[in-house]
Design a protein around this ligand. Structure first.
Ligand SMILES: [Mg+2]
Length: 172
């Protein structure tokens, strides 16, 4: 289990992710968590910077997916905030039950990709990274955008993430 908590890549935020090197490694689908990964927790709509970046990635041929444990209303509303051409291309799975594999598999199937062609990008070790590793995807851990406005349950989980993140810093 502990080995599965190690992300393949770590970066400060989604915008500093080297998507070109992922592509060279065979990654075709970029799957994202929303809260504190794409935008701060419970931000209702995507910002212009996010939309522009995702538009560029789809133009480069990446399939963009969203994998969130949040409810359908939340995800549908957020995705509905993207410009129409982009919105229609974004695949999403709500109530994904990360770290279970089923949501990852659904998204891969919808994208027509194999697990090794997908990358999961998220801010939580126990959902995004653990689940992505179990499902066989490349995993990318980003620093949470604003941990100060997270709900109590997420804050609680962060207590247990800390030793693992500290351990990795020591190793690298
Ligand atoms: Mg998150």
């Amino acid at each position: 289990m502990f080995r599965n908590l190690k992300p393949d890549i770590k970066c400060a935020d989604i915008y500093t992710l080297d998507t070109e090197s992922l592509r060279r490694g065979g990654v075709r689908g970029l799957f994202f968590d929303i809260d504190n990964t794409m935008e701060p927790y419970s931000t209702p709509k995507p910002g212009a910077r996010l939309s522009e970046w995702l538009e560029r990635l789809t133009a480069e041929g990446f399939v963009i997916g969203i994998l969130s444990n949040a409810r359908q209303e939340r995800i549908a509303k957020f995705v509905g905030g993207f410009p129409p051409e982009l919105r229609d291309r974004i695949l999403y799975v709500y109530k994904a039950a990360k770290p279970l594999k089923k949501g990852f598999r659904k998204l891969l199937a919808d994208a027509g990709l194999r697990a090794e062609e997908g990358a999961m990008i998220g801010d939580q070790l126990f959902t995004d990274i653990w689940g992505g590793n179990r499902a066989g995807l490349t995993t990318v851990l980003v620093t949470p955008i604003d941990p100060s406005i997270e709900p109590p349950f997420v804050r609680f989980k962060r207590i247990f993430e800390k030793p693992f993140i500290r351990n990795e810093r020591k190793q690298s």
